[in-house]
Design a protein around this ligand. Sequence first.
Ligand SMILES: Nc1ncnc2c1ncn2[C@@H]1O[C@H](COP(=O)(O)OP(=O)(O)OP(=O)(O)O)[C@@H](O)[C@H]1O
Ligand SMILES: [Mg+2]
Length: 232
Amino acid sequence: MADPYDEGTAAVAEHVLRLREVGVEYRTPGGTVTAVSDVSLDVPSSGITVLAGPSGSGKSTLLRVLSLVERPTLGGVELRGRGTARLSSRARRALRRTEIALVFQNPGDNLIGHLTVGDNLRAASQAAGRPPRVDELLTRLGLPDTAAWKVSALSGGQQQRLAFGCALAREASVVLADEPTSQLDSASADLVLETMADLARQGVPVVVASHDPRLIALAHTRYDLRNGALAA
Ligand SMILES: Nc1ncnc2c1ncn2[C@@H]1O[C@H](COP(=O)(O)OP(=O)(O)OP(=O)(O)O)[C@@H](O)[C@H]1O
Ligand SMILES: [Mg+2]
């Protein structure tokens, strides 16, 4: 398969993702809004990295940039030591299928609702060209014997755990999550936190945007944002 990257040969990367002087601006009818300005940060290749900060500080915008969903207005994103600026939209989509998993806030947005639990995991493996590992993953997620269940039969917390399981099924290089516990009761949120910690223990780097203190407490690396910039 052709190398989908555009620049050089990656050394063994110590950081799975890096942002270099990233700025994000949006044109709105009321003028230009600066969502992120001059952010440089490194996401280590292991552990949980938290992007913390109040509402409107730029957490979700940075996650979209880190996950190659959105191109920054300024600056660059490196994935495993390689620049991504000149990648085509198609190459970026391919990387999002195979390397980068993004978990959204709303559990229902992360799964294919009309498929069973097992078929969601199988679809995730297949999309990334990986072998299916349904039973192993369900056991690991604490959801054994649910392979034949409809996704809608799972609670919100179970759905979020399955969403992280789909990232494992894809064998993604990095998992990013936008406030994955904010729509859950605290017992369900605890189990999702455990799943994330588990993922990190297995060597999968996790990047989470959150202002949940329990999640921030799990961080190995933490960046605080204020008004779109890193806080001093
Ligand atoms: N598509 C857009 N168009 C215009 N402005 C935007 C757009 N997306 C984000 N913004 C603005 O950029 C800033 C950062 O937004 P962002 O959603 O990244 O913050 P956040 O830290 O995730 O907030 P929250 O905790 O509420 O989710 C806000 O001022 C927001 O209004
Ligand atoms: Mg947000």
